[in-house]
Design a protein around this ligand. Structure first.
Ligand SMILES: C[S@@+](CC[C@H](N)C(=O)[O-])C[C@H]1O[C@@H](n2cnc3c(N)ncnc32)[C@H](O)[C@@H]1O
Length: 207
């Protein structure tokens, strides 16, 4: 993919270009987020005991979030991403986890209700609301109990604001409207915040 994809109006092409480009150095970001991911996984485990559950992580990147959740003796864990370069890093970092190449809005490898919990960590703020709605609906189809979105909520450090603008994400709109979008997609929603401007948006799948 060439540099012109960064300027593309096609949000998939632009995101894929960016994540393929930064995959080899993404471990530097993982280092910075590791402790926070461990805390957020513990917060989720205090909401619902994760032990024995099956979890699908959509937009898994290099595998940090699914690995933090994996501390809770899951029955099964699978990560999917549309960037092959991110997946290659994930396979190297976490050889015990299964990783599959999939687009989040077409989870065609998975049957309805095939995982107890379906998550996405810092994926949905990167796309526009129409695409988010498609991805939430696909995640809901595959989930038996919960869809959990780990993402931005309150104020973030200036460095994050700058990076999100460079990434040309939907960060500002996301923070204002995402809870409403979740409430439109699920019969019941709860939001658990931390003190660092992040949250778990939990959608209950009432089937
Ligand atoms: C900011 S990274 C987060 C990675 C990981 N979830 C984490 O929390 O460390 C966003 C990831 O979502 C993936 N992604 C973005 N849009 C996607 C889509 N439509 N389908 C699948 N993966 C997607 C990117 O390739 C990238 O790996």
């Amino acid at each position: 993919m060439g540099l012109w994809h960064y300027f593309s109006k096609n949000e998939d092409k632009r995101a894929l270009f960016i994540f393929n480009l930064i995959a080899p150095v993404y471990h530097l970001i993982d280092k910075g987020t590791k402790n926070n991911y461990i805390k957020m996984a513990a917060l989720l485990n205090s909401y619902i005991s994760l032990v024995g559950n099956s979890i699908l992580d959509v937009g898994c990147g290099t595998g940090s979030w699914i690995s933090a959740l994996g501390a809770y003796k899951l029955r099964k864990s699978v990560g999917v991403d549309f960037s092959l370069k991110m997946l290659r890093q994930a396979e190297k970092n976490h050889p015990q986890t299964e990783f599959i190449h999939q687009h989040g809005e077409h989870l065609s490898a998975f049957a309805d209700n095939s995982f107890n919990i379906v998550t996405a960590s810092f994926v949905l703020h990167g796309m526009k609301s129409g695409k988010r709605a498609l991805m939430l609906s696909e995640m809901r189809r595959v989930a038996k109990k919960l869809v959990v979105i780990h993402d931005f909520h309150g104020r973030s450090p200036l460095s994050v604001e700058v990076l999100e603008r460079l990434e040309r994400s939907d960060y500002v709109h996301f923070k204002k409207h995402f809870k409403d979008e979740m409430e439109a997609a699920f019969p019941a929603v709860e939001v658990l915040n931390d003190e660092n401007g992040n949250a778990l948006y939990i959608g209950h799948v009432d089937k």
